[in-house]
Design a protein around this ligand. Structure first.
Ligand code: ZN
Length: 264
């Protein structure tokens, strides 16, 4: 599969996921919006469009080059091991997800990284469009790290493609404002990240926000003591305490936010 074909597939899955979850959100919303959904969608999709022009094109090509190099010269840990191909794919997905967990935790713990990550967290309502709202700076840092990790683990094309598609689907799902049956949510908590788990992570309360960092799997939070289950879900206020007003959260505010005064 060529680089442009995979880009088209990823783009179609991304748009398909947005539409799919948006329809469900409109049909069975978890709670009514407190600010205009249309306005937030315009802002969040503008951030995504800007990111895709700035970063998407550059880093998609760089990651493809890296994967070619790794395959050609057989570098990285997985290329040293004599294990079945399916196990290599599984190891790639699990390892990359753990690194994403660590990266996410660092985005909360390191003040410099939080300057960028707060752009994602200051959304006043949470829905599938929040999943696309990341500052270009954060995406540049994470893309550089992803390229280094591909070298380190010796990941191949299929492993990274599966991981990237799974991350987009999981991120869209757990940001969605969906009212899921309680039994389904409890089942998902065992291994994965349902919306109720990630909703706690978007709370204005810092104690709640600095938990539940998982993206694909919830067991990293469980093992490393950052899991929070017991919260009054109906009263979680979404956002960052220092940014309570939508008027101060327009596109241009978000773009310059990392370079303005630090907030908790
Ligand atoms: Zn976060």
């Amino acid at each position: 599969m060529s680089e442009s074909e995979t880009s088209i597939i990823k783009f179609l899955l991304f748009v398909g996921g947005l539409i799919f979850f948006m329809i469900f959100e409109l049909a069975t919303p978890y709670r009514p919006p407190t600010v205009s959904k249309a306005k937030r969608w315009i802002i969040n999709l503008s951030v995504t469009g800007f990111n895709n022009i700035v970063i998407g094109l550059i880093f998609a090509a760089l990651i493809a080059e890296t994967l070619d190099y790794v395959a050609k010269y057989r570098v990285g840990v997985l290329n040293l091991l004599d294990i079945p191909y399916s196990l290599k794919i599984l190891a790639t997905v699990i390892f990359m997800d753990f690194m994403l967990y660590v990266w996410h935790l660092l985005n909360h713990e390191m003040p410099f990284l939080w300057r960028f990550h707060r752009v994602h967290h200051c959304d006043l309502n949470m829905d599938v469009s929040t999943a696309t709202r990341f500052h270009a700076g954060e995406l540049i840092f994470s893309s550089v790290i992803r390229i280094s990790l591909v070298f380190f683990i010796g990941a191949d094309f299929t492993g990274i493609l599966i991981f990237e598609i799974a991350v987009v689907a999981a991120t869209q799902f757990h940001h969605s404002s969906l009212k899921l049956p309680r039994r389904l949510e409890s089942l998902l908590w065992i291994l994965f990240v349902p919306p109720s788990m990630h909703r706690i992570h978007h709370s204005v309360k810092i104690k709640e926000r600095d938990t539940n960092y998982g993206v694909l799997f919830s067991f990293w939070d469980r093992i490393l003591g950052t899991l929070l289950i017991q919260t009054d879900q109906d009263h979680i206020r979404i956002g960052v305490g220092a940014y309570p007003k939508q008027e101060k959260l327009n596109f241009h505010h978000l773009i310059v936010m990392p370079f303005t005064k630090p907030v908790k």
